[in-house]
Ligand binder design. Structure first.
Ligand SMILES: [Zn+2]
Length: 286
């Protein structure tokens, strides 16, 4: 049974934000040493505030998968997220891909992130999303770490073909990885025997808005499932500093249509019902 709106019976979808700054994205990692992060102009706090205003004006609550690194430096914005009625979740401490780490390293990173986020917010953190969707059937051990660290759900699969990530053969909808751990994949639409991205990322900025709207409607009506959508604070910031070094493809994906993101998000927030992940997916399993 899915969460439905009390007034019109529409399916309530889940909205999420991956809270990281423009210089922490995996596609730029080879060109921006971690040691330089502290010296770069940070935009994440002002961009999260922009998102909080956007959500407040639409009356929408969401889930913020936040880096421990961000929470340590900007505790006030973490409190504003929680005070706004949103769910705080974990994106790891330092944006390391699980595929670049071993069991012990990965477990330490996601444990540290959970502790920092809980200390800063005073709230229990239930959810984890791996940087660049780097957890999946190929490194199943990472799910054991996520459960061991005390998380109740993961949202680390995007069941599509992509050159940097993706698990195209993974289940498309919410499922128990094993007892005690739910996986909530980013939404895809099934067409022509393939899965197509329908839950955000560069595709949302690349393709016309109506493609995303049609896809989410299709998932709600045909699959009878809530959609799970994600975006980043830097996607709403056309004035962010330009990073030199990454190839043309990485730059195209990162900077494309940033100025269209704000009006598109406003349409998305009004065209569908949205809520926090824990309320959409965990309510009946609580
Ligand atoms: Zn990320």
């Amino acid at each position: 049974m899915n969460t439905r709106d009390a007034t019109d019976g529409a399916i309530v979808n889940a909205l999420s934000i991956d809270v990281e700054d423009y210089f922490q994205v995996s596609a730029f990692a080879a060109h921006i040493p971690r040691a330089s992060w502290d010296g770069l102009p940070c935009r994440v706090e002002q961009n999260v505030d922009r998102i909080l205003e956007l959500l407040a004006s639409a009356g929408v609550r969401a889930t913020f998968f936040t880096l421990g690194w961000v929470a340590e430096r900007y505790p006030a914005v973490i409190r504003r997220i929680v005070d706004g009625g949103h769910e705080l979740a974990s994106h790891g401490y330092e944006h390391f891909r699980a595929t670049d780490q071993g069991y012990g390293q990965f477990l330490a990173d996601i444990r540290l992130a959970k502790a920092v986020l809980e200390d800063t917010s005073g709230c229990q953190v239930k959810g984890y999303r791996a940087p660049s969707f780097s957890v999946g059937p190929r490194n199943y051990w990472a799910f054991e770490c996520i459960a061991e660290a005390g998380y109740r759900y993961s949202s680390s699969l995007y069941p599509i073909h992509h050159d940097h990530y993706g698990a195209p053969d993974a289940p498309r909808f919410a499922h128990e990885v094993f007892k005690g751990l739910l996986e909530l994949p980013i939404t895809t639409v099934r067409m022509l025997r393939s899965n197509w991205p329908a839950g955000g990322g560069g595709y949302f900025r690349l393709l016309p808005y109506r493609v995303s709207r049609w896809s989410i409607r299709h998932v709600n009506a045909v699959d009878g499932q809530p959609a799970l959508f994600y975006f980043h604070p830097w996607e709403l910031d056309p004035e962010q500093p330009r990073v030199k070094g990454p190839g043309a493809k990485a730059r195209f994906r990162h900077y494309l249509n940033l100025e269209r993101m704000d009006p598109r998000m406003r349409r998305l927030l009004t065209d569908f019902k949205w809520d926090r992940i824990d309320r959409v997916f965990l309510a009946e399993r609580a």
